[in-house]
Design a protein around this ligand. Structure first.
Ligand SMILES: *[C@@H]1O[C@H](CO)[C@@H](O)[C@H](O)[C@H]1NC(C)=O
Ligand SMILES: *[C@@H]1O[C@H](CO)[C@@H](O)[C@H](O)[C@H]1NC(C)=O
Ligand SMILES: *[C@@H]1O[C@H](CO)[C@@H](O)[C@H](O)[C@H]1NC(C)=O
Ligand SMILES: *[C@@H]1O[C@H](CO)[C@@H](O)[C@H](O)[C@H]1NC(C)=O
Ligand SMILES: *[C@@H]1O[C@H](CO)[C@@H](O)[C@H](O)[C@H]1NC(C)=O
Ligand SMILES: *[C@@H]1O[C@H](CO)[C@@H](O)[C@H](O)[C@H]1NC(C)=O
Ligand SMILES: *[C@@H]1O[C@H](CO)[C@@H](O)[C@H](O)[C@H]1NC(C)=O
Length: 526
């Protein structure tokens, strides 16, 4: 395996159990508190979720004669940890380019126009077999993204013609919700192509949305009687400061007909080619993550009167599909963990990590192409660590608390189940390059255990040779590499699993966390 012995040595330093008389003087104190006071409300199931680019969905899911078992295995791994498979939203920019063509003999005919985007096709036809991909990932529930941007009479006819195929493919207990339009707040300004005139405003968007969703629901009712046709996520805006805003959109009557069940917003921490973007300053920076999420929380709070859950239906590190060396590095895995748990702690009810074939921020590449090799990517390990920290969500009683720490390279969280401490997460985002000649350091955190916890706890680590690497990550000594067992979990020889830690001082656990790694501490509490 690619994991070095150095890591094993570092990891083992936490498991020595010397009883000290005093807390180690340099230790940072993590105090989760005995109760979930200050934690989020209950986190719904499938909190760790994905959004898959519309044009990449056939590659991620495969089809009935050739299902993508690798994708399915990676989704099953997350189900083992959080209780259910990730929900998947199928959409993104390309949902608003795709038009249905009943005579197309293949699932998708896409033509890339590099001046629009080199990463995904701009001209897209989908054929009847596109919808087979909804049948290859058993147990996954989907949000299907319909095209809002293409608005000629014939475009609308092609959209409505696709509806019976979509609803039949989603008639197997696999429908979560419907969506119409991706990031309409960018329709007037998108660098990939302007989709609406300057005059397009919130009221115009709401009128279009109401009209078309009503028409789609009519077709669903006819073609798929008995299937819910009323559950929509909206407005799926690309950000909080674009040319349409959430508050006037809702005020213009987005939910006047009661179709919307979730408020959907999209978020990226920064842009792939924005000046000044760096691993340490942008992703391995809890302050940056907090500020970015807090802007979404402000929008959520401003919509409180609508009493609907708020999700990030599409999100990831850096927009424009991520930056090489940043979004695909192990540092991005640490960012994934910090970002997801911070969202959870702020009552953002689900985080759909976006991915597409060849994207830099993807959790896995589903097929080999000229631009990318099929395989599990570092960010996936951040998704695994998040699911492990939350544990089984099916009871509906898991809550997450953010623990404020002084350094912007530190993040801490406590997870409670039925009011009892389930896990404590420590993310150390001090950069460390695998090629560095400096010895990798670590920091000690003193975790205060509430009364009711025994003196034993288990530590599971998110580790790799450095924050800059793109390979060699593990969680709790397990690799999900494609080459080992098609993405199924494989224990890496020599790596620690479920390390024991015992109370060192006055109800406190001392946990060493190497630079550029995270620890999920699982105490035994009642
Ligand atoms: C639909 O696909 C068929 C078969 O590839 C093609 O001949 C036809 O031109 C397409 N129709 C449209 C409207 O693009
Ligand atoms: C199913 O996927 C395989 C492998 O990508 C492909 O060769 C085949 O044409 C697909 N079938 C349909 C009906 O699209
Ligand atoms: C795919 O689209 C291109 C144009 O974008 C067209 O030339 C080609 O014939 C299409 N292929 C099929 C099978 O429809
Ligand atoms: C439809 O889109 C075009 C741009 O593609 C725009 O000029 C037109 O105003 C749109 N129609 C409506 C009703 O929004
Ligand atoms: C949608 O708009 C069209 C054109 O303005 C109109 O004829 C139709 O009745 C509307 N449909 C609904 C369901 O609002
Ligand atoms: C971390 O993010 C904050 C907020 O964006 C910023 O002020 C700070 O400079 C960043 N840290 C580094 C080292 O770039
Ligand atoms: C790690 O390597 C990158 C790229 O070579 C460099 O920019 C960065 O400063 C290095 N970080 C550390 C902590 O050495």
């Amino acid at each position: 395996m690619l994991v070095s012995l150095l890591l094993v040595t570092l990891a083992s330093s936490a498991s020595c159990s010397v009883i000290l008389n005093t807390r180690q003087s340099n230790a940072k104190v993590i105090d989760p508190g005995a109760t979930p006071d200050g934690a989020s409300g209950p986190i719904p199931e499938s909190f760790v979720a994905y959004s898959i680019e519309f044009s990449s969905f056939p590659e991620f899911a495969g089809n009935l004669s050739s299902p993508n078992t690798f994708s399915n295995n990676l989704l099953d791994n997350l189900a083992q940890l959080q209780g259910t498979k990730p929900y998947i939203r199928v959409g993104g920019n390309t949902q608003d380019y795709a038009l249905y063509n009943a005579s197309l003999p293949i699932a998708l005919n896409g033509t890339v126009i590099p001046s629009r985007s080199p990463d995904y096709p701009y001209l897209i036809d989908i054929g009847p077999s596109y919808f087979e991909s909804y049948l290859t990932l058993p147990g996954v529930k989907f949000i299907h993204g319909f095209n809002l941007a293409k608005n000629s009479t014939s475009d609308h006819a092609r959209l409505l013609e696709s509806v019976p195929l979509v609803c039949k493919a989603l008639s197997h207990g696999n429908l979560l919700y419907w969506q119409l339009g991706n990031e309409p707040d960018l329709f007037k300004t998108a660098s990939q192509g302007i989709l609406r005139p300057r005059s397009y405003d919130e009221a115009a968007y709401v009128a279009e949305w109401q009209n078309l969703t009503t028409q789609i629901m009519g077709v669903v009712a006819e073609a798929c009687p008995g299937l819910s046709n009323e559950q929509w996520v909206a407005p799926s805006f690309g950000g909080v400061g674009n040319s349409l805003r959430q508050v006037p959109t809702w005020a213009a009557g987005l939910n006047s007909q009661g179709k919307v069940v979730l408020i959907d917003s999209h978020n990226y921490i920064g842009g792939a080619t924005q000046p000044g973007i760096s691993l340490r300053g942008t992703l391995m920076n809890h302050t940056r993550t907090r500020l970015s999420v807090d802007a979404q929380v402000a929008v959520k709070n401003s919509l409180a009167q609508y009493s609907l859950p708020f999700i990030l239906g599409e999100t990831n590190s850096l927009y424009n599909q991520g930056a090489p060396g940043l979004s695909n590095s192990f540092g991005a895995a640490l960012w994934n963990l910090d970002f997801a748990l911070y969202c959870a702690s702020q009552d953002i009810k689900r985080v759909h990590m976006h991915q597409g074939t060849n994207y830099r921020y993807q959790s896995w590449q589903p097929v080999t192409t000229a631009l990318g090799t099929k395989g599990t990517k570092a960010p996936y390990y951040g998704n695994v660590a998040t699911a492990a920290a939350l544990g089984d969500l099916r009871g509906g009683d898991v809550r997450v608390k953010h623990i404020a720490l002084a350094a912007e390279t530190d993040a801490g969280y406590a997870v409670y189940a039925k009011g009892v401490l389930r896990s404590v997460v420590i993310v150390n985002m001090v950069p460390y390059n695998a090629s560095s000649t400096v010895t990798r350091g670590s920091e000690t955190y003193s975790v205060k255990l509430p009364v009711g916890c025994t003196s034993d706890a288990v530590v599971q680590r998110l580790l790799a040779p450095g924050s800059d690497v793109i390979d060699g990550a593990t969680f709790n000594g397990v690799s999900y590499d494609l080459a080992l067992d098609d993405g199924k979990p494989v224990v890496v020889e020599g790596m620690k699993r479920d390390e024991g830690v015992t109370v060192e001082y006055d109800g406190e656990l001392a946990v060493d966390v190497p630079w550029s790694s995270a620890a999920v501490v699982q105490p035994s509490c009642v």
